[in-house]
Design a protein around this ligand. Structure first.
Ligand SMILES: Cc1cc2nc3c(=O)[nH]c(=O)nc-3n(C[C@H](O)[C@H](O)[C@H](O)COP(=O)(O)O)c2cc1C
Length: 175
């Protein structure tokens, strides 16, 4: 019988929108992977949750062009871990100007480490009623559009894509 393999899904979020994407990814992955896979929805306050991972899906909301601190800290932790499969996602490109979105995203150099299989960017959620005045100035500066720009079909599709890739990845523990 094949040993149980663990996929850890975690995300950094300030206002909850990115956490909900991580929840949805974990749920779709759970139903998309066969028996023998254990999907763990982890909290970034406990980095030890990654210690037994065979694969990781890690995301963050983008604030001021960067990943949030807890997600950046997790990346640093994972870089020291033995090789496993890593998928990254960001939320936040909510500007109506595509070139500005691209600029923000290309400033994120995480994929350039070569340690990630893929970096996916999802639309985020911006509720201006929850923002302080500094945040309001910032979102105006990046031409951010208020509203919920998350596309759940796109999130599910990416989860199924990851599940498909995991099914063909050899079990390192068995080799
Ligand atoms: C103060 C502030 C700064 C932001 N900066 C960026 C940014 O630089 N680039 C971007 O694409 N989105 C930016 N966003 C949009 C957020 O990333 C987006 O709303 C995200 O979905 C929030 O996720 P959360 O609900 O998980 O915190 C910013 C939002 C706020 C409130």
């Amino acid at each position: 019988m094949q040993a149980c393999r663990t996929l850890v899904v975690a995300a950094a979020s300030r206002h909850g929108g990115t956490c909900e994407i991580a929840d949805r990814l974990a749920s779709t992955l759970s139903s998309g992977l066969p028996m023998g896979w254990n999907v763990v929805r982890a909290d970034l306050s406990n980095l030890r949750a990654f210690d037994d991972a065979d694969a990781v899906v890690l995301g963050s909301a983008i604030y001021f062009g960067h990943w949030m601190h807890s997600a950046a800290r997790a990346i640093k932790y994972l870089k020291d871990a033995p090789l496993f499969d890593l998928w990254l996602f960001s939320t936040g490109p909510i500007s109506e100007v595509d070139s500005e979105n691209a600029q923000v995203i290309s400033a994120d150099a995480l994929v350039a480490t070569g340690q990630a299989v893929e970096h996916k960017v999802f639309g985020g959620r911006l509720d201006t009623s929850h923002l302080n005045w500094v945040e309001r100035v910032a979102v105006n500066a990046v031409h951010a559009l208020p509203g919920d720009h998350r596309d759940w079909d796109q999130v599910d599709e990416w989860a199924r894509h990851i599940a498909g890739q995991l099914l063909v990845v050899p079990d390192r523990a068995a080799s």
